[in-house]
Design a protein. Structure first.
Ligand SMILES: *Cc1c(COP(=O)(O)O)cnc(C)c1O
Length: 346
């Protein structure tokens, strides 16, 4: 009997099974650090905005996320017309792939790059090419070695998840200037707001001044709005225009849009956290193994408040990398075993 057949590439993607959250004892909350949920929660203003929208669930949201794009533009000094919002940066990454990748094309990501990249690449029939990392850090020369005349796109998580390492901006610039102009460079800045190293930059200026670079941000991490699924991208007008043609006309829900607007306007909430908690000595993220730390401490950075004290210790980092490896090998069982789940008392 014949039956519908998925297009080429779809069944090459390993099915994703999220790790189960263990049921905690009464009075304890479990922070699933494998998903990088913040233990601090969102801004109270974001919660209020969310609750207010809850009284009008019958209305469609405004379709272009204008109020949110305006707030983001103000916060980062960006033209709101060059911003696109999505249901998590996951949707944004998939939209990028949808617009720029197809059968015969290649997209490069690094060895421990974010798991959504191969899904987005292969989901559009393109070939996934994996560049080696050196000491758990993306390496520009390794990425460039992977570039062929079929390469259309390079995914770069900077800082990277799950390694916590980053590429200095000078290296990102070298990557951009060494890549052919028609290759889209996607800078995934999910953790940019945690980095305070002088040689780091998320690349918004590069996206302002080139025709082939975009930067993606999410509200899931530092803003604590993972449940709402909201992220955004800044890029050249022609790229944003192409993506807007394929995105769903109401892709961002009203609660997500308005809570995110309130969150980004509440700069005190975001800035207060790392200072306060670091001073109390509660958070000492240390996700890299010793050898990596010693060899390249300068380049190391970690999402400062993403890792509660209970998660300190070296086992966390290899576990999450192991989980990532398993994911790429498509072993579900090994993957859920490897996912780091941390209990911390609230
Ligand atoms: C969390 C994360 C994202 C996506 O987050 P969304 O929840 O889909 O907005 C993208 N890239 C990296 C590197 C991440 O860690």
């Amino acid at each position: 009997m014949s039956r519908p057949v998925p297009k080429a590439g779809i069944l090459d993607i390993a099915p994703y099974t999220p790790g189960k959250t263990p049921v905690p004892e009464a009075g304890r909350k479990v922070y699933k650090l494998s998903a990088n949920e913040t233990p601090f929660g969102p801004s109270p203003h974001a919660k209020e905005a969310f609750a207010r929208v809850g009284t009008h669930l019958e209305d469609y949201p405004e379709g272009t996320s204008k109020v949110l794009r305006d707030a983001i533009g103000k916060r980062y000094g960006l033209d709101p017309d060059r911003i696109i919002c999505g249901a998590g940066s996951d949707e944004i990454l998939n939209l990028i792939a949808h617009v720029y990748l197809g059968p015969g094309d290649e997209a490069v990501h690094t060895e421990y790059g974010f798991l959504v990249y191969p899904i987005a690449t292969m989901g559009n029939g393109a070939t996934n090419v994996v560049a080696k990392e050196i000491e758990f850090t993306c390496n520009v020369d390794e990425i460039l070695k992977c570039v062929t005349d079929k390469t259309k796109l390079v995914w770069l998580a900077n800082p990277n998840n799950p390694t916590g390492s980053y590429l200095p901006y000078a290296e990102v610039k070298r990557l951009r200037s060494s890549l052919p102009d028609h290759v889209l460079l996607v800078l995934d800045a999910a953790y940019a707001d945690y980095v305070e190293k002088p040689d780091y930059d998320s690349g918004l200026d590069m996206a302002k001044t080139t025709e082939n670079t975009v930067v993606c941000y999410t509200f899931s991490k530092v803003h604590g709005l993972a449940a709402l699924r909201i992220g955004w991208m800044f890029g050249p007008e022609h790229i944003v225009d192409a993506m807007n043609r394929v995105r769903g006309p109401f892709n961002v829900s009203a609660p997500a849009m308005l809570a995110a607007k309130a969150a980004i306007e509440d700069t005190d909430h975001v800035e207060a956290r790392p200072q306060g908690d670091a001073e109390r000595g509660e958070f000492h993220p240390d996700p890299l193994p010793d050898h990596a730390r010693h060899d390249r401490g300068r380049r190391r950075c970690v999402p400062d408040q993403a890792w509660p004290r209970a998660a300190r210790g070296r086992e966390l980092r290899p576990a999450s990398v192991a989980a990532h490896d398993h994911r790429h090998r498509g072993s579900q069982r090994a993957r859920s075993r490897g996912l780091a789940r941390i209990h911390a008392t609230q």
